[in-house]
Design a protein around this ligand. Structure first.
Ligand code: GCU
Length: 621
């Protein structure tokens, strides 16, 4: 019965699939994809800030309207007002507040903010250019977790979700000369947020990715996408925004390879279809060819760098450009190397991390866990040639039966797909991580799987599932008992035998797996902690020797799984987690990294690098 339900539900959503990608109500009203190449004014840099732990800048006690003396977003020069004297007074001053460098989480900015978890107000002033009939937008690449945006004392936008971009039009709210931008950021999570309040990673509250003021003509290309079809054609769609969006001729140029022109419909939309271009160099990890693509309409140009490839499954194989590929990867959090990371993923920081995977581990794949990473990282994966698993933080457990929470998850998926669907590196959309099986949970994930398939039918769907182990006699068999399997293209499991629990490392290679024979499997996580430099031949847990021996034995076990199509061991480098508080071994760090937080390689790094080298790290795709 359940399968019929899922099938009907999926068919319903997949019926949308035949409709062009714009036929979904989850599309944000404004995308401004390709904004990095647009005419913009950088607003990252020095912002003042003001703590507001009890949120009195938004709502006063008893739910009353906030007192004006606490309303951080007011367009007021406090010093000037105070100089006038009188009965009024203020309990904030955003102009004379302390300064923080944005982007970056407040937790890393000041010792007293290390575990601050609540509402923080930020302000910066800027002087915009004259619009001369054009338009202006604020684009935030990420604010964790809720954002309240005010310009010159007026609310202009809000957003929920810590890892996806959002755009606010400010054409009508800007004034000549100096403008006051105030942003309230609330990091607090609860049982109805995604993720909820407990995760195995750090708080990282704040404006964690760049903020830009973007200028466009009155009518502009808001979004444009292209991909390679299995039959060699290039297909896509675009959307114009503005008073003259309808009936516009849009030219599409793909390097010197191909060009076309399309005309938008009354809603400013157009589908694109080009015959298979001769001489197309397909994108792959070994040959990450990117084309300069240009969409031009009505005096506006949207530029992107796009790689063209296909991804599919056949039986238990993953096919990249119709050839089987093994995903030699590792999992990674969005956290730069260093003793005090602020989740400020600059290109340099991302390159340092991805270089370890590509060139030192001989990898071709990275699991960007457990949330959408920075666009900077995705574009670098395109450039360097790393395949990507992307996920939103439906992690451990969320409020499965709550329609509002499902809507949040579906919106986060849409915001991620619209941002990243031109990234050749992204091949997998994951719908969850280690979520305990229950009927409401499986319904939630099935809706997510159908949603992301309708948003993007060109990529594969997976989820990092839990395994079950059954001992029958002296047989110890690992299986996946999960009704969600039917909704996935690629199976994936997190397994920690040899770390969590009492398995002897020597027993790992002989572990038996009972898996579907016709589906590709990824070991999406396995790992063990080690404190870099803690050496002891006695094989104690947390030593480098134990972690290395764990990898040798787990890799031996993995090599015996006939349907194994890839792996992303947990985790590239040690990362911050408030759940890891052993005073000698952890100190607030999860130590499963193959590298320490400052980039010191542990013994296990070499074990995995050798394994990948011998798996074709030099030759295979
Ligand atoms: C889980 C989880 C990770 C976590 C890891 C660990 O598999 O997915 O987010 O960090 O286990 O226990 O270290």
């Amino acid at each position: 019965m359940k399968k019929i339900f899922y099938a009907i539900f999926t068919l319903l959503l997949l019926a949308l699939d035949s409709a062009p990608a714009w036929a979904d109500d989850l599309r944000p009203p404004l995308l401004l994809t390709g904004s990095l190449q647009r005419d913009n004014q950088e607003l990252s840099g020095a912002w003042t800030y003001s703590k507001d732990l009890y949120r009195t800048g938004l709502t006063d006690i008893n739910g009353w309207v906030a007192k004006s003396r606490m309303q951080r977003y007011r367009d007021v020069n406090v010093a000037q007002e105070e100089a006038k004297g009188g009965a009024g007074f203020f309990e904030f001053d955003m102009d004379r507040g302390p300064v923080m460098t944005i982007p970056g989480a407040w937790n890393a900015a000041q010792p007293e903010l290390r575990y601050y978890d609540g509402l923080m107000w930020f302000q910066r002033k800027f002087t915009p250019r004259e619009l001369k009939g054009g338009r202006a937008f604020l684009r935030f690449e990420a604010v964790n977790y809720r954002a309240y945006i005010y310009l010159n004392g007026k609310e202009v936008g809000r957003h929920e979700g810590g890892f996806t971009p959002f755009v606010v039009e400010v054409s009508g709210a800007l004034r000549d000369g100096e403008n006051r931008l105030t942003v309230g950021v609330d990091s607090l999570h609860d049982a109805q947020t995604i993720p909820t309040q407990i995760t195995d990673w750090d708080l990282y509250g704040g404006i964690t990715r760049p903020v830009r003021l973007i200028y466009t003509p009155a009518t502009f290309i808001d979004d444009a996408t292209l991909h390679l079809e299995r039959d060699g054609r290039i297909a896509g769609a675009l959307q114009l925004n503005g008073p003259n969006a309808g009936g516009q001729t849009v030219t599409v140029k793909i390097g010197n390879l191909a060009s076309a022109s399309v005309t938008t419909d009354a809603q400013g939309r157009a589908a694109i279809s080009l015959p298979a271009p001769r001489g197309l160099q397909r994108w792959s990890p070994d040959s990450p060819t990117l084309y300069d693509v240009q969409f031009a309409a009505n005096g506006d140009v949207l530029r992107d760098r796009i790689g063209f490839r296909t991804i599919a499954v056949r039986g238990s194989q993953i096919l990249l450009n119709d050839k089987p590929i093994f995903l030699r990867g590792v999992s990674m959090h969005e956290e730069e190397f260093g003793p005090n990371p602020a989740r400020n993923m600059t290109e340099q920081a991302a390159r340092a991390l991805l270089t370890e995977i590509k060139h030192n581990l001989h990898g071709n794949y990275v699991r960007l866990s457990h949330y959408p990473h920075s666009e900077t990282t995705l574009r670098l994966a395109d450039e360097m040639g790393l395949l990507v698993w992307s996920e939103i933080p439906v992690y451990w457990t969320v409020d499965w039966d709550n329609p509002a929470v499902l809507r949040k998850a579906l919106s986060m998926q849409a915001e991620t797909v619209y941002r990243d669907r031109n990234r050749a590196s992204v091949i997998l959309w994951s719908v969850g991580n280690e979520t305990p099986v229950s009927a409401p949970r499986t319904r939630f994930h099935a809706a997510m799987a159908a949603n992301v398939r309708a948003l993007d039918p060109t990529r594969l769907i997976s989820a990092a599932l839990l395994v079950e182990r059954h001992k029958t006699g002296n047989e110890d068999v690992t299986t996946i008992q999960d009704p969600l399997l039917d909704q996935l293209d690629v199976l994936a499991v997190n397994t920690y035998a040899g770390w969590y629990g009492d398995d002897a490392l020597a027993d790992l290679p002989g572990m038996k797996w009972d898996l579907p024979k016709d589906r590709p499997l990824i070991l999406s996580e396995f790992g063990a902690d080690a404190l870099a430099g803690y050496r002891d031949a006695g094989m104690k847990k947390f030593t480098e020797e134990y972690q290395a021996e764990y990898y040798r034995n787990t890799l031996a076990m993995a090599a015996r799984i006939p349907t194994l199509a890839g792996m992303s061991p947990w985790v590239l480098k040690d990362f911050r987690s408030p759940r890891r508080e052993h005073p000698l071994l952890q100190n607030g760090w999860n130590r499963k990294g193959l590298l320490s937080e400052t980039g010191v390689r542990k013994q296990a790094f070499g074990v995995l690098a050798d394994f990948y080298l011998h798996m074709g790290g030099k030759t295979g795709q």
